[in-house]
Write a protein that binds this ligand. Structure first.
Ligand code: ZN
Length: 400
């Protein structure tokens, strides 16, 4: 079965009638027509969607010389069908795909780098080039040159050649088919074997904007947008930058400076906060240390913190042990309680002696070294119960 490719004759046609060659029922009903405007997935370009009579065309697949139209259900008629393609989707594919031809051609002439990969989907458009990322100057030059060719409104045409004729042409991309070859030409710029659909002239590409340069091993992936996608992308960026500008009460050009100023203010505020927290921890430590009961020369300090920051536990432990001659049992009573036990360096008691008592408590987890132990607990109450046991143990063993 052979389906004549109407999209090759006129890529701007949106509807057609065609005779049915084959209809398949079952879970994935599909139809083969004697001619079709529906482009099947291939050559990096996604398939068209649309309708055949009242049926939705969900997927289009090339199988040898036939084109399979996968439909949501079979149409009522089985003679001539009326087909209509979703033009917005097709136009988008034509703009992006034609833009890809132009960008690939300019990358080849200006960077001497062939396109070794091409990907087009609803969300993204990329080409892969060998070698490291182009410099900013090279990218700017490529975009300026593609834009100049777009403005020159150069015709984009296709011709069918025999394989021998095709070999004699100076092609950017050589064909991998054995029969007649379809060559797509951007006048004076590019010739390339391609079975896709394209706009009539470079002006219809509208614009090409490289949006991202991605390193992939020893290759570079260029992400870009053409035509309507470039406009949509611009509007999206505009919405984001306007919102940021409103929040920071500044214009677009002043945004980087405004963000830098915010970052500087934030760092200053964080420094001030840290200083205040350390000062608070030091004052608390001095008070706790002075009022703690003594076991021989060692002060046994027990304290529960209920501020918002679990880091306050480490800060207070540091300030307490700096006072010398003490062991501190500290609890942080947040939503997930934490604890820390620390001793000053001048106390000879090895804190790991407490670990068997801690492990005996099912609801408490943690461990550590001879001078610091820490962990979490399922509730503040289980933590206080543990601290009661440890206080008793320490009282007995330090008093001896
Ligand atoms: Zn193409």
């Amino acid at each position: 079965m052979i389906t004549r490719k109407l999209y090759w004759a006129d890529a701007y046609r949106r509807h057609f009638t065609a005779g049915v060659l084959h209809i398949a029922t079952g879970d994935h009903p599909h139809i083969i027509l004697n001619r079709s405007l529906f482009y099947p997935t291939g050559g990096g370009q996604p398939h068209d969607t649309g309708t055949l009579d009242e049926a939705r065309v969900l997927d289009v697949i090339a199988l040898d010389d036939a084109i399979l139209h996968i439909v949501d259900h079979l149409p009522a008629r089985s003679d001539d069908l009326h087909g209509r393609i979703d033009w917005q989707r097709r136009w988008d594919h034509m703009q992006q795909h034609s833009g890809q031809h132009l960008l690939s051609a300019v990358c080849e002439t200006h960077l001497q780098r062939p396109t070794i990969g091409f990907h087009l989907s609803e969300q993204s458009l990329t080409i892969d080039l060998p070698g490291p990322a182009p410099t900013e100057a090279e990218l700017a030059e490529i975009m300026a040159h593609t834009q100049a060719i777009i403005h020159e409104d150069r015709p984009i045409r296709s011709h069918i050649f025999s394989p021998q004729q095709a070999l004699a042409l100076d092609l950017r991309k050589t064909p991998d088919v054995h029969g007649p070859v379809r060559i797509v030409e951007i006048e004076g710029t590019d010739r390339c074997a391609c079975g896709g659909t394209h706009v009539r002239s470079t002006a219809a590409i509208g614009s090409i904007v490289i949006t991202k340069v991605e390193r992939r091993g020893d290759q570079t992936r260029l992400h870009f947008v053409c035509g309507n996608r470039a406009v949509d992308d611009h509007l999206r960026l505009l919405a984001v930058t306007q919102r940021l500008g409103d929040q920071l009460t500044t214009g677009l050009d002043a945004l980087p400076a405004a963000v830098a100023s915010l970052q500087s203010d934030l760092q200053q505020a964080q420094r001030s906060l840290r200083n205040a927290q350390n000062q608070l921890a030091q004052n608390t430590a001095v008070a706790l240390w002075s009022n703690a009961p003594r076991l021989q020369d060692i002060r046994l300090i027990r304290h529960a913190l209920d501020d918002a920051d679990p880091k306050s536990l480490g800060r207070l432990a540091g300030q307490l042990t700096a006072q010398g001659n003490c062991i501190a049992l500290l609890a942080w009573q947040g939503p997930r309680p934490r604890w820390m036990i620390a001793r000053s360096v001048d106390v000879a008691f090895d804190l790991t002696r407490l670990t068997p008592l801690i492990r005996a408590q099912q609801a408490v987890k943690g461990g550590g070294s001879a001078h610091t132990l820490q962990g979490g607990a399922s509730s503040s109450q289980t933590l206080q119960e543990l601290f009661d046991i440890l206080t008793q143990y320490l009282t007995e063993h330090l008093s001896a």
